[in-house]
Design a binder for this molecule. Structure first.
Ligand code: NDP
Ligand code: MG
Length: 386
């Protein structure tokens, strides 16, 4: 019998997923990895299965070859594949904590399914809350489950709020690095290359979130994520640019006090806390060196230059299916930019146009959300085909 908290990791082959496994390895004996998934990276998944020996694994984006299927079998791991395999894993695996580190709206239904099955979630997949925050929070409440944030800003806010009365919150202050184009002019943004956009100054992450950071849509998604996680209206969530990425976010209280959480920009810290919570475990991750840290600076984001952030606030205010539409338009536009089919500034144009044209449903059910996502993706393709 293996001991430790049983964890299932969706998106194990990604940047966050690999860091989760790193934490599990470092804190050996604390975790029992029971399920792992990938979209296409089967060779890495097989390596992970050899190391962690989960009971189940899933491949969503491609069909494994006979030989690959045989490898899983020999390792004693039951393999699922196909689009529905994430949900199958969520339903069938034996775990206490689901770590959702899939990228994109594909993470939404698995999160909902896990909550409905009475599981706690460690959530990196912010798109889950952007697409269907209302349904997710309702399901968590109904089943008495916890959603522990992995996103560094939300982990910071979560930590600042421990022991505090929710009614005393005046404002949530989300910090943003400003990405690689913080000091560029609006005109310079017309000529951004994929390579430049993928060159984030402080964080090493998957491609989609790295582009979201360059457009600042990432911060827009995080405003919506914070709204749902901390039950705070969007007009009380402010974004401040903090280029050093040392303060991960802050909470201002109604007596004028502000709490901040600091650390080196290393995702393993918030990942470890989400995995071990309510305990805090020691780590050897890098420490802040206050001897060499010269300054912490802050700026207001320029809504003209970072149009995507303004659009996210707008979608959050509109509510209903608007954030799901915005998210799907953004995912599609980011993919097209990475494929060099559209320019960098077209990303925000695609989102704005799609939000303008798709009819928004208020208080959507699951089907409305899935339909909105589909319509928005189709609309972007039609728009850029024009
Ligand atoms: P990656 O692209 O590095 O990894 C994504 C993972 O999900 C991979 O395992 C990938 O498989 C899998 N995947 C991709 N598409 C699908 C799909 N359609 N269905 C099922 N699985 C899929 O992303 P990140 O690790 O950077 O980000 C994951 C999530 O965490 C995102 O929502 C991101 O916004 C959030 N996040 C990430 C941070 C970071 O530092 N990276 C920080 C804070 C939040 P494959 O390997 O085959 O591509
Ligand atoms: Mg973040």
């Amino acid at each position: 019998m293996r001991s430790g908290k049983k964890i299932a990791i969706l998106g194990a082959t990604g940047s966050i997923g690999q860091n989760c496994l790193h934490v599990a390895e470092k804190l050996s004996g604390e975790f029992n990895v029971t399920a792992l998934t990938t979209n296409k990276n089967i060779s890495l998944l097989i390596d992970q299965v050899k190391r962690f020996r989960p009971h189940m694994a899933a491949v969503t984006g491609v069909i494994p070859t006979e030989q690959q299927q045989q490898s899983f079998k020999q390792l004693g791991t039951r393999l699922f594949f196909g689009q529905d395999s994430l949900v199958e894993i969520v339903r069938e695996a034996d775990y206490e904590l689901l770590i959702n580190s899939v990228v994109g709206a594909a993470g939404f239904v698995p999160t909902l399914t896990a909550l409905e099955a009475g599981k706690n979630i460690a959530l990196a997949n912010k798109e889950t809350l952007v697409v269907g925050g209302e349904l997710i929070i309702q399901a968590a409440r109904k089943h008495g489950r916890t959603i522990l944030p992995i996103d560094s800003e939300h982990s910071a806010i979560f930590q600042c709020l421990i022991g505090e009365d929710h009614n005393t919150i005046e404002e949530i202050i989300l910090t943003a690095s400003g990405g690689p184009f913080r000091t560029w002019s609006k005109e310079q943004l017309f000529s951004v290359t994929v390579e430049q956009a993928l060159n984030h100054p402080n964080w090493s992450m998957g491609n989609k979130i790295t582009i979201d950071s360059a457009t600042m849509m990432n911060k827009g998604l995080e405003v919506i994520e914070a709204k749902w996680l901390f039950h705070v209206p969007v007009n009380k969530i402010r974004v401040v640019i903090h280029p050093q990425s040392i303060i991960h976010s802050m909470v201002a209280f109604y007596d004028g006090s502000v709490k901040a959480q600091l650390g080196e920009p290393d995702m393993r810290v918030p990942i470890q806390l989400a995995m071990t919570y309510p305990q805090r475990k020691p780590s050897e991750f890098p420490r802040i060196d206050f001897g060499t840290l010269k300054s912490l600076t802050f700026e207001e984001p320029d809504p003209n230059k970072f149009r995507a952030l303004a659009l996210a606030y707008q979608a959050a205010e509109t509510g209903g299916t608007a954030p799901a539409v915005m998210n799907a338009a953004n995912e599609t536009a980011v993919r097209l930019f990475l494929e060099e089919k559209i320019s960098f500034i077209r990303i925000a144009e695609c989102i704005e146009e799609t939000l303008d044209k798709i009819k928004i449903v208020s208080h959507p059910g699951l089907e409305d959300l899935l339909q909105a996502d589909k319509q928005a993706r189709a609309h972007v393709m039609q728009f850029i085909g024009d």
